[in-house]
Design a binder for this molecule. Structure first.
Ligand code: MUC
Ligand code: MG
Length: 369
């Protein structure tokens, strides 16, 4: 039934260095999975990560190796199973590897949605919106450059909400940088910060107080992944939204964080969740626990971005919008028709499956040999 499963690593320079506490990105290594069926259908998935092993436990190279050696032979041995049954067998036989599992599941859902002639979102329960709001991340490392970049985005009606990457400098220096940007952009522009787990609890108390007083709207992953106690105390202590990102690793951890009041917002990432379906489960847990939602990214290219958009379009509450801007950070586009960003939102395709057409010549030219 599944004839071939290919993993392509496609290295694309970013439009400027993207500085985060965990890594500075100059190039993004897109990890694309192409699944071909015996009857000639093709499904795509993506398992892109950030900064090699700087962000998560899977690297582009480990995804490729594990798909080639473990996922592909197993998938090729399966016959006459639906997507759920196929994923159940993969999960029983392969531990961890959430990014690889997400990419494979996406490709299988893409194929199934094409067979049924419906957009992929219809297999996830059905979309509630045809577009999702998209913010922009300011991460040039320079306050003046960030302000100029934000003003350009607002004027072009591309983004009117901004997330700032902090955590690599002293708390005071980071706060000064954020509040200068907040002041320059004014009260109507929502500013959030992502600390990428760089602060101790005491640093977080100091930093969050100053940012809350300065009119910032949200603090993302201030403390270490495992420090659920600190996240709980910070969530209770402050009025400002505290968002879990790296510490969310699928439905089980979503349940644990929700149970301990360890966040007021969840950043749902389909790869971190282990799949589109699991991302929707994380969202459901949030909804039941009264936690708000935000659609996150692993700075994927268009495949992972549109797959995420299909999942996020089904969420009842998307109070904090999304950050599905990954393709816009890249100097090269790999679709025949680029994803449509307009009026501060990303439009979802209506055609069957993921609803995108890849530029295979471009991919072949850019891919790692
Ligand atoms: C993260 O931690 O949120 C998402 C946007 C961005 O600039 O970095 C990522 C990772
Ligand atoms: Mg984050």
């Amino acid at each position: 039934m599944y004839k071939s499963i290919e993993t392509l690593i496609v290295d694309i320079p970013t439009i400027r260095p993207h500085k985060m506490a965990v890594a500075t990105m100059q190039t993004q290594a897109l990890v694309l999975i192409k699944v071909t069926t015996d009857d000639g259908l093709i499904g795509w998935g993506e398992a892109t990560t950030i900064g090699g092993l700087g962000y998560a436990e899977e690297s582009p190279e480990s995804v490729r190796t594990n798909i080639e050696h473990y996922f592909a032979p197993l998938l090729k041995s399966l016959k006459n199973l639906n997507v759920a049954q196929t994923m159940q067998i993969l999960k029983r036989n392969i531990n961890g590897n959430r990014f690889a599992k997400c990419a494979i599941q996406t490709a299988l859902l893409d194929i199934q949605a094409q067979r049924l002639n419906v957009p992929l979102s219809e297999l996830l329960g059905g979309r509630l919106r045809d577009s999702v709001p998209v913010l922009w991340v300011l991460a040039s490392g320079n306050t003046e450059k960030d302000i100029a970049e934000a003003n350009k985005m607002i004027a072009a009606k591309r983004h009117n909400t901004f997330k700032l990457k902090i955590g690599s400098r002293a708390v005071e220096a980071d706060v000064e940088h954020v509040l200068a940007i907040k002041k320059a952009l004014g009260k109507d522009v929502s500013i959030r910060v992502d600390v990428n787990r760089a602060w101790s609890e005491l640093q977080a108390i100091k930093g969050i107080q100053l940012l809350q007083d300065g009119g910032v709207d949200l603090i993302e992953q201030p403390c270490a992944i495992d420090n659920l106690d600190a996240m709980q105390r910070l969530t209770r202590r402050f009025d400002i939204a505290i968002m879990a990102d790296e510490s969310l690793m699928g439905p089980q951890s979503a349940y644990e964080i929700a149970r301990h009041n360890g966040a007021s917002v969840f950043a749902v990432k389909v790869a971190q969740s282990g799949g589109l379906i699991e991302g929707c489960e994380v969202a459901k847990i949030a909804q039941l626990a009264g936690i708000d939602l935000y659609g996150g990214t692993m700075l994927e290219g268009p495949v992972g971005t549109v797959a995420s958009a299909h999942a996020f379009s089904t969420f009842e509450n998307l109070a904090y919008g999304t950050e599905l801007f990954g393709p816009l950070l890249l100097t090269e586009q790999i679709l025949q028709t680029p994803l449509q960003y307009e009026n501060f939102e990303l439009k979802l395709p209506n055609t069957p499956g993921l609803g995108i057409e890849l530029d295979l010549d471009k991919i072949d030219h850019l891919r790692r040999r």
